[in-house]
Ligand binder design. Sequence first.
Ligand code: 9WO
Length: 245
Amino acid sequence: MKWGVVTLFPNMVADALAHGVIGKAQQRGLVELTTFNPRAYATDLRQTVDDRPYGGGPGMLMKVEPLRASIADARKKLRTAPVVYLSPQGELLTQSLAQELAELPELILVCGRYEGIDERVVELDIDREVSLGDFVLSGGEPAAIAMCDAIGRLVPGVLGHVDSAAKDSFSDGLLDCPHYTRPEDIVNSRVPDVLLSGNHGDIAQWRRKQALGRTWLRRPEILEQKELSDEDQLLLDEFIRESKS
Ligand code: 9WO
């Protein structure tokens, strides 16, 4: 998959995505990142990339011409890519949207800085506006990095273990079950016996029950929108009964 990221801080994005499974995926040629810096398209001596907002008020906006020229160049290299602007005004990024975007061959992400970008650039050059949640950052880069990470790990071959992505939290819409590693005992807090039993059927059932139970406790609205199988419903009923005793 080919990513183009339009950003005034290309090193921030490239450095962040050089680590771990996404860094390895780039080395293996499974994903490819190209950055486009609006500053490189600025035409004045000072290489200006900000401009004042009409109507006044504090803060600056991204200067239109260098921003549009950098997006145009990204489009030229990645001809089939939708152009996504990261902002709190966008549709929420979900695992299902990440899966949808991971199926594309190309994607362009635009990172805003300052107080954002001219609305006509959104209308003219942006295909989709995406938000990670209801909070404000100092720029779109951390959101673009998170989005590339969420999408990149879904690209076939990126995760070593073939089905790790399928087993993740959210792959079937539930929260993840708790995990344990050594030692068996930490200040009298023990690993649940079932995980030491070697009975893989029991272990799978316990994990499913914990995933259902935690979703019920922490994100009940997720369960309300989900049709549970009879087996899942029994496991959840058991979890709820045990939580009350
Ligand atoms: C700045 C600002 C200042 C005063 C009052 C309101 C304000 N809103 C903003 C603002 O939204 N600044 C943005 C910073 C401009 C575009 C890039 N920035 C950004 C992206 N912040 N947060 C995101 C973001 C992106 C995706 N998901 C969550 C947050």
